[in-house]
Design a protein around this ligand. Structure first.
Ligand SMILES: [Mg+2]
Length: 271
């Protein structure tokens, strides 16, 4: 299905669109498609809920896979979350994401503690998060009223070995149910925070921006509500359009196609 769209900029999901999964093998035709967009001088931003890699190393993995991408093209829930914390001077956090990111957080001026007083509790993907670690969040949330920051709300994900894991959204639901006095803030998709930052980066009006994703529920519904055009590719999470039955018709994507390489680029032949 293709409604006419003629975007001047692109926001593009990574997993299931550019690459198959966390092994970063390109979806057929996706490298060439992004090269054509770059050659046409059209602005694009890769918008990812990734909370497991330093943004610079994620950009390097994509570049190694052949994509014309630098760290400037990349907007991740982790990178944006760190900036969000810094801007609010929340410098000491109870970090419930992956342990190997503590160095990154320190480099960015955020002290990640495992217990004790903190300015915020922060959730990122962490396949080995324990109940004991979660319990460390009880006192800050319930007694000290600190904010709960969810880098994303994904309830589950496939790890680098393809194993299904709980995501930060599952733990967020658990901690939010405590009813602490602090705010509950989501930084990544489907929160508008990351979409607004993506729009700022491409510098194009929402109505002239095409958001491309393999997830019409978690990613495209927000983009559509914010006035963007949307494209749903069947190269990732869903292999057919049956999932659209779960969405109001007003939020159905403008374009549905097998893969990124099938999306027409204004003024370009897709060959
Ligand atoms: Mg995806």
């Amino acid at each position: 299905m293709q409604r006419p769209v003629s975007p001047r900029g692109y926001l593009i999901d990574i997993e299931g669109v550019l690459v198959h999964d966390k092994r970063y093998v390109p979806v057929e035709g996706s490298v060439g498609w992004l090269e054509r967009v770059a050659a046409a001088g059209m602005p694009f931003c890769l918008v990812s809920n990734n909370t497991t890699h330093r943004p610079a190393s994620l950009a390097a993995s994509l570049a190694a896979a052949g994509f014309p991408v630098t760290a400037e093209h990349l907007l991740t829930a982790l990178g944006l979350g760190v900036r969000w914390l810094r801007e609010r001077n929340l410098r000491r956090i109870l970090w419930l994401g992956q342990d190997d990111l503590r160095d990154y957080l320190a480099d960015e001026g955020i002290e990640a503690v495992e217990a004790g007083s903190c300015d915020a509790v922060v959730l990122g993907a962490n396949p080995v998060l324990t109940v004991a670690a979660l319990e460390k969040a009880l006192e800050p949330l319930m007694e000290n009223g600190v904010d709960l920051i969810c880098l994303n709300r994904n309830t589950h994900f496939h790890d680098g070995r393809g194993i299904l894991r709980y995501g930060p959204g599952a733990w967020a639901a658990c901690l939010e149910a405590l009813g602490g006095r602090g705010r509950v803030v989501t930084v990544g998709k489907p929160s508008e925070t990351i979409y607004n930052e993506g729009l700022n980066r491409v510098g194009v009006a929402p109505s002239e921006t095409l958001f491309i994703s393999d997830d019409p529920i978690a990613d495209l519904a927000t983009a559509s509500r914010m006035g963007m055009r949307t494209a749903f590719v069947l190269s990732g999470k869903y292999r057919d359009h049956e999932v659209l039955g779960r969405l109001a018709e007003v939020n159905w994507p403008d374009v549905i196609c097998a893969r990124l390489g099938d999306i027409a680029i204004p003024g370009k032949r897709n060959d």
